[in-house]
Design a binder for this molecule. Structure first.
Ligand code: GAP
Length: 453
């Protein structure tokens, strides 16, 4: 695809997200809040499906990982110890021509001269560090002792609670602590839709181990995480692994891989898998004076564990799911004329709605009653949507556009009007192939459930 085609594709995706209720700009009626997004009725389902699946495979299906839900407001001492207060910054420059604030590493360049990407101006200030943390005050007094921060990553509460979690879970190394939650960064240039936001969610695992296990576990977690993206339906060919060179890694990291995705606006990071050594725990030991070490009962050794961290962004993964799913093909309209069909090819596991239920006609009481029965039957097993409005073809299109993998139509055969053998059967339509099969109503929960887990 050319750059122009990619830009058009992205425009269509952003417009669909708003039109169908996946993602809205936050505070839109007041002109919008830059870098902040709200997830609509379908977006929240998609996001929840992603988070639940991550929690399922990263925590519940493993004996060696437990969960945590830490607070967003963070003690300044914790973020001082982690290095965020002093060094969590991006280099910022101002354009003196259009007054834009820009990230120094994202300036345009023409004939070796740095330019403002907004106005092309070359009159730029020197780069200076801009701390990305959001600071707030706790309590009524506004003195320096009341400063707290909105956490810039979920990881630090895991390190700070390491001792408590170890004591209550009685886990042996290697073991992990997982967390999903909000993080906040005052990004200089939020951009590319939700890709770089100021408020976002992370899914992080801190996997503690013996020092000699670090490099092997780094390779292990990279493999596991790639498998995860494939399991949620992201095409492998659009995923790339960047082995981050030493000079670009954090000084304490012995190895970092970025898992990148080919978005329409370019190849960008989805997740970092980093071997952070014992840096974080050592910093918190030094700053708090508390023993965040581990005693190995077998070898009788006491040491500070090392950690491997797969850290993924919820919002970026949702965006990758949406970009990967977006497709256009053609399908016949009501009169048999071919028209463009927008179809979101979400993996059924991730699709916001799993099955749509349509009575063939809305003014036939018996069809509507049967459709409501099917809805009640499926509802305990999955998220379903009932729709009786408009021609059946249009109803299919509306569901294709939001990625509903299955559609069930209740017709006159269902009522037994065309013979007893078809009574209480429905047509089950597949979104991708658009093929229809006849299925017994009683078999639907099992038939559809087996495809969405
Ligand atoms: N604890 C490690 C850590 O926070 P990071 O690479 O800064 O590492 C991890 O962030 C992930 O969080 C990124 O790979 C990305 O998916 C997500 N992320 C980071 N900044 C973001 C932003 N401004 N908007 C959306 N997602 C972001």
């Amino acid at each position: 695809m050319t750059g122009k085609e990619n830009a058009q594709r992205m425009e269509k995706i952003v417009s669909l997200c708003k039109r169908r209720g996946f993602i809205f700009q936050s505070s839109e009626i007041y002109g919008g809040l830059n870098g902040v997004w709200d997830y609509g009725p379908l977006g929240v389902e998609l996001k929840n499906n992603l988070k639940q699946y991550w929690w399922q495979v990263m925590v519940r299906e493993r004996d060696d990982v437990v969960g945590l839900d830490g607070a967003i407001l963070t003690h300044p001492a914790a973020l001082k110890a982690s290095g965020h207060v002093d060094t969590f910054s991006d280099p910022m420059v101002d354009c003196r021509t259009c007054k834009a604030r820009l990230r120094a590493d994202q300036l345009a360049e023409k004939n070796g001269v740095k330019q403002c990407p907004n106005c092309g101006g070359k009159d730029l200030t020197e780069a200076r560090p801009f701390n990305l943390m959001f600071q707030t005050q706790m309590g009524a007094s506004a003195d320096p002792a009341s400063i707290a921060y909105l956490r810039p990553e979920t990881a630090q509460s895991i390190f700070v609670q390491f001792r408590n979690v170890l004591d209550v879970s009685r886990k042996k190394l290697p073991f992990g602590i997982a967390q999903i939650g909000k993080a906040f960064r005052n990004e200089i240039n939020p951009r590319n839709f939700t890709f770089r936001s100021r408020e976002f969610e992370q899914m992080e695992l801190e996997y503690f181990c013996r020092p000699e296990q670090g490099m092997d576990l780094l390779a292990y977690w990279l493999k596991e995480r790639i498998r995860f993206y494939e399991e949620i339906g992201i095409s492998r060919k659009r995923l790339h692994v960047l082995d981050v060179p030493e000079k670009e890694r954090a000084f304490y990291s012995k190895g970092t891989f970025d898992i990148e995705y080919e978005f329409p606006f370019g190849r960008q990071e989805l997740e970092g898998v980093a071997y952070r050594t014992d840096y974080d725990l050592q910093q918190h030991i030094k700053a708090s004076g508390k023993p965040l070490d581990y005693f190995d009962e077998e070898t009788k050794e006491r040491f500070v564990p090392h950690v491997v961290e797969p850290s993924a962004g919820v919002d970026r993964t949702v965006l990758a799911l949406i970009c990967d799913a977006y497709d256009e093909d053609s399908a016949p309209d009501e009169k048999g004329k071919m028209e463009t069909r927008i179809v979101m090819r979400f993996h059924p596991r991730m699709a916001p709605i799993k099955c749509a239920i349509f009575p063939l006609l809305r003014n036939k009481e018996a069809l509507v009653a049967k459709a409501r029965e099917v809805q009640a039957l499926l509802r305990p097993h999955m998220n379903v949507f009932y729709d009786e409005g408009g021609a059946i073809g249009r109803r299919y299109r509306r569901q294709d556009e939001i990625g509903t993998p299955f559609g069930v139509t209740i017709d006159f055969e269902t009522l037994g009007e065309k013979g007893d053998e078809l009574r209480d059967t429905v047509t089950l339509r597949d979104r991708d192939s658009m093929k229809q099969q006849r299925a017994a109503i009683k078999d639907l929960p099992q038939l559809i459930s087996s495809k969405i887990r």
